[in-house]
Write a protein that binds this ligand. Structure first.
Ligand SMILES: O=C[C@H](O)[C@@H](O)CC(=O)C(=O)O
Ligand SMILES: [Zn+2]
Length: 274
């Protein structure tokens, strides 16, 4: 019912030498969103944990994970959960939250077991925390919206910031998702890096026959991975993170690291990309 794997952090010099399979072993996450399972990936980049819970037959409970070495999962961690399925519920410390598609539940440090149920497909993110902020349901109407791009460059999109200092306080998790205007397929191009924070992407609402080509690597040494629906990417702090879909898609981005300043990014001039 609870499955976990560890992904170690590697440096850019090593990453440059990898072929497709080894690149995917390090940075691509497939097999999430399995019915009646909680699946977690413990990344050593900023110790972010990402994963999924899909309760179809009954509730799924996340209580503790051996990898954290704590009595309970959230003893020294905070969590953000995005529902990418139909409406479901999450119960924490006796309080039940109904969560529709596109909504995020922030769960503060020190909370007890987290119980997932209903028709939701829950995308889980968790990072180490140092302070307890209140558990809060964040609706799409609460979000900060940033419109970027243009149809001419096929990157017209809106960045919906849900777990963001102006919307809901957290220790280090910042998250939201990006939606496209019809015909636009490029995310995060022009691209950037932020060596202060790692990032994780989950691509969803991708039709079966479509794929997203996700680009990573140092700006002068880019690589790509082909990503299908409901698959994730772990993006190291030193890496660009950008993607182009063969059709429509949405993706959830989440960051953890030294600051929660969404705008703290180093833009990469096009001429530097290789
Ligand atoms: O640091 C910020 C993250 O890379 C994403 O929010 C970027 C993004 O969603 C986009 O440009 O489409
Ligand atoms: Zn970024």
């Amino acid at each position: 019912m609870l499955k976990a794997e560890t992904r170690y952090a590697i440096d850019p010099e090593h990453a440059k030498t990898l072929g497709t399979e080894d690149l995917r072993k390090n940075f691509h996450v497939g097999g999430l969103f399995a019915d009646d399972e909680i699946k977690l990936v413990y990344s050593h980049y900023d110790r972010l944990i990402l994963g999924s819970a899909v309760p179809t037959k009954g509730a799924l409970t996340l209580e503790a994970l051996a990898e954290t070495g704590t009595d309970t999962f959230l003893e020294r961690r905070e969590m953000g959960v995005l529902n990418i399925g139909e409406t479901g519920t999450i119960t924490v410390d006796g309080e039940t939250f109904e969560i529709a598609k596109g909504e995020v539940l922030y769960v503060g440090m020190g909370s007890g077991a987290v119980e997932f149920s209903g028709a939701g497909r829950f995308y889980i993110l968790s990072a180490p925390a140092h302070h307890k902020y209140p558990t809060t349901l964040i609706r799409e109407a609460d979000a900060k919206r940033v419109e970027l791009g243009s149809p001419e460059t096929a990157n017209e999109r809106v960045i919906i910031q849900l777990l963001h200092p102006d919307v809901c306080k957290s220790c280090q998790l910042v998250m939201g998702y990006t939606q496209f205007k019809p015909g636009s397929v490029w995310n995060t191009m022009p691209c950037h890096v932020h060596d202060r924070r790692m990032e994780a992407y989950l691509y969803f609402d991708v039709k079966d026959d479509n794929r997203v080509f996700h680009f990573m690597g140092e700006p002068a040494h880019t690589r790509h991975m082909v990503v299908a629906n409901e698959e994730a990417i772990i993006s190291p702090p030193w890496s660009i993170h950008s993607g182009a879909g063969t059709g429509a898609y949405t993706f959830c981005w989440a960051m953890a690291g030294d600051n929660v300043d969404f705008t703290d990014m180093d833009m990469v001039p096009m001429a530097e990309l290789r």
